[in-house]
Design a protein around this ligand. Structure first.
Ligand SMILES: NC(=O)C1=CN([C@@H]2O[C@H](COP(=O)(O)OP(=O)(O)OC[C@H]3O[C@@H](n4cnc5c(N)ncnc54)[C@H](OP(=O)(O)O)[C@@H]3O)[C@@H](O)[C@H]2O)[C@@H](O)CC1
Ligand SMILES: [K+]
Length: 494
């Protein structure tokens, strides 16, 4: 699913209006009806809705939503915040229409506000037409909304929040519990800095023309459940273990064999035909016992990796979980990079080694997948002001070295060498716990070994990892999730 800028969304609305054709008021009516349907599905008992409207089209939506709710007999109060004169034509038309069912309260100053004690607040003050920081009366109303203990649902986007960039500190923005957005997600929904101004978010279909979306160019996408299942390879009746590749996992050091084990078990549960692990000698028994399906090769050293095996026979290589950053491990890693160019995924200490020895970057095989969490990325690429800037730096590096980044986070961003960015929708805060990254490495190396193209292996791996986390959290609750639960909850069917 594409992520478009506010300007592109305006062009898209205009395209739908002239090509469907549909009037802009009708499109607003469609959006508002879809919003009401979604809103009512969130509550078992319909509460009293308090709808705060601005005077642009977001306010127009608010008025239409108020009317539709009132027509159905639901309790509604509607407030129009008079921060400017006039209003957009669709706002004005809906103001006339709502007047047949309800008496809006016009708010000219803070004193006009009587604050509700029960019910749900609907925020329809400002939408994607935000053009300057919020001040004066609008700011006062937003601060009051943020001070309430009542649930807040924003229409399309929280009022005051910029869709396409990160607001400067100090901007006055609604902090909703939930945002119900029209047709396509906004870039800000993907960024951790914006999370307090987004809440739970949901995108609803308002019937924007698909061909109009196709005409808009974007480098940003949200991976969706719908566009992934067909990418999962069927296992044919006559397939054998050789059909699904042979992965090599280079992992572990003394005291960190758990990382190797988690990666190995995740790899085995992700469809790989054969798995060999290359570990220091201290890991031999651990893996042979804990992951008996794995073949184990050992380094001459007891505690850290100091050399590499002959990797020519492997269809993919995963390096990093638990290997540490010993200088001898650096030499081994360098040797691996200079001798082999199989599809590779690098995580954890392999990334720390890259940060410590940046000359290794030039040796990475094309389409190598790097899976840093924010601190690892900072070590690798330097400090950035915010997550959007970090994504920009990752795009430059991905293009320069022809590599793929999975920038791990609530919406992990898969950044491709052609600069496209795919955000991931699955996963939950329960996954912010030790070892989940090792699981991801194991999944991705399994997909690479089975012959998935690296960009698909990265996107699919990240998606399935998050989905397994969601399943685990549904069973155990977020706080109780540990990395092993993800492995147990991997599913590769539809
Ligand atoms: N297009 C469609 O067909 C559909 C659109 N839909 C809905 O429309 C929404 C976008 O509507 P919109 O473009 O009218 O923008 P919106 O944010 O409501 O108001 C802009 C007004 O506010 C003003 N203003 C801006 N910032 C300000 C500030 N800080 N403080 C004070 N004023 C400020 C700005 O002033 P100006 O920039 O002109 O000076 C302008 O007058 C979108 O989010 C969705 O909800 C849906 O119905 C689906 C169909
Ligand atoms: K809003």
């Amino acid at each position: 699913m594409k992520i478009l800028s506010s300007k592109q969304v305006r062009a898209l609305d205009a395209y739908t209006i002239s090509n469907e054709p549909v009037s802009s008021w009708q499109l607003m009516e469609r959006a508002s009806r879809a919003f009401v349907q979604c809103l009512l599905s969130k509550f078992e008992e319909v509460p009293h809705f308090h709808i705060f409207c601005g005077k642009g089209n977001n306010g127009g939506d608010g008025l239409a939503i108020a009317r539709i709710l009132a027509e159905r007999g639901h309790p509604v109060s509607v407030y129009v915040v008079e921060y400017r004169e006039g209003g957009t034509p669709d706002f004005l038309e809906n103001l006339v229409k709502v007047g047949r069912h309800l008496k809006p309260k016009f708010v000219f100053s803070e004193e006009d506000l009587t604050w509700p004690e029960h019910g749900v607040i609907i925020d329809a003050l400002l939408g994607t037409g935000l053009s300057k920081p919020v001040e004066g009366l609008l700011a006062a109303v937003i601060l009051r909304i943020n001070a309430t203990r009542l649930p807040v649902v924003s229409v399309d986007i929280a009022s005051g929040l910029s869709a396409d960039r990160i607001n400067p500190a100090g901007d006055v923005i609604v902090r909703p519990d939930c945002t119900v957005s029209f047709q396509l997600p906004k870039l800000c929904f993907m960024l951790p800095e914006c999370a307090p101004y987004v809440g739970e978010w949901q995108v609803i279909d308002i019937g924007i023309l698909e061909e109009g979306i196709e005409r808009q160019y974007s480098d940003f996408f949200l991976t969706t459940r719908e566009n992934l299942p067909h990418l999962i390879k069927k296992r044919g009746k006559y397939s054998h273990k050789g059909t699904f590749g042979h992965a090599l996992l280079v992992a572990g050091s003394y005291g960190r064999m758990g990382a190797a084990m988690l990666s190995a078990r995740a790899c085995l549960r992700s469809g790989v035909g054969l798995l060999t692990a290359y570990v220091p000698r201290c890991g031999y028994q651990v893996l042979q016992t804990g992951a008996p399906e794995t073949m184990v090769l050992t380094d001459p050293d007891d505690e850290v990796l100091t050399s590499i095996p002959d990797a020519r026979q492997y269809s993919a290589i995963g390096v990093g979980p638990g290997i540490g950053t010993d200088e001898r491990t650096y030499y081994a890693f360098q040797m691996l990079l200079s001798n082999f160019s199989a599809p590779m995924v690098l995580d954890a200490d392999a990334l720390n080694l890259l940060a410590q020895y940046p000359e290794l970057m030039k040796m990475l095989p094309e389409n190598t997948i790097l899976t840093p969490h924010p601190r690892e990325f900072q070590r690798l690429a330097g400090k950035t002001a915010n997550s959007l800037e970090a994504i920009g730096v990752a795009r430059d590096l991905a293009e320069k070295y022809k590599i793929i980044f999975c920038l791990k986070g609530a919406h992990t961003a898969v950044v491709l060498p052609d600069r496209r960015v795919y955000f991931n929708p699955t996963g939950n805060p329960g996954m912010a716990t030790g070892g989940t990254g090792d699981v991801l490495t194991g999944i991705i190396v399994a997909l690479l070994a089975q012959g998935y193209a690296p960009d698909i292996a990265a996107r699919l791996g990240v998606f399935k990892h998050g989905e397994a986390g969601d399943r685990a959290a549904a069973i155990r609750s977020e706080a109780a999730v540990i990395a092993s639960d993800l492995i147990e909850n991997l599913r590769w069917g539809k």
